[in-house]
Design a protein around this ligand. Structure first.
Ligand SMILES: [Zn+2]
Length: 101
């Protein structure tokens, strides 16, 4: 269905197909939010960023989506704990204000 991501990715400098994902820097992570993905040419060591459609790279790696799913679950769990804590605190404040009057 979709073209192979590796086939459509060539080095813009030497047009080599030996392209890999480099170690991600802080800037790369920020660019990733905008859909830009960093690449490194294994031939000439050229490094560049390219905009890819969302989910383009997560398809072949099921492990990545699993990590994202786990992160979302953890976030939801933390949010739930926070909400329960906030509710208990609100009840506590309500209890204190009732005692005074
Ligand atoms: Zn190159």
């Amino acid at each position: 269905m979709n073209p192979d991501p590796a086939a459509s990715l060539c080095c813009p400098k030497c047009s080599s197909a030996k392209v890999r994902r480099p170690r991600r820097t802080m800037a790369d992570k920020l660019y990733r939010l905008l859909g830009y993905v960093a690449f490194r040419c294994s031939g000439c060591r050229h490094r560049w960023r390219r905009r890819l459609p969302p989910g383009y790279l997560s398809k072949p790696g099921a492990q990545r989506s699993e990590t994202i799913r786990r992160r979302k679950a953890a976030l939801l769990r933390n949010g739930l704990v926070y909400a329960v804590g906030l509710a208990i605190f609100a009840l506590f404040v309500l209890f204190l204000s009732r005692e005074r009057s």
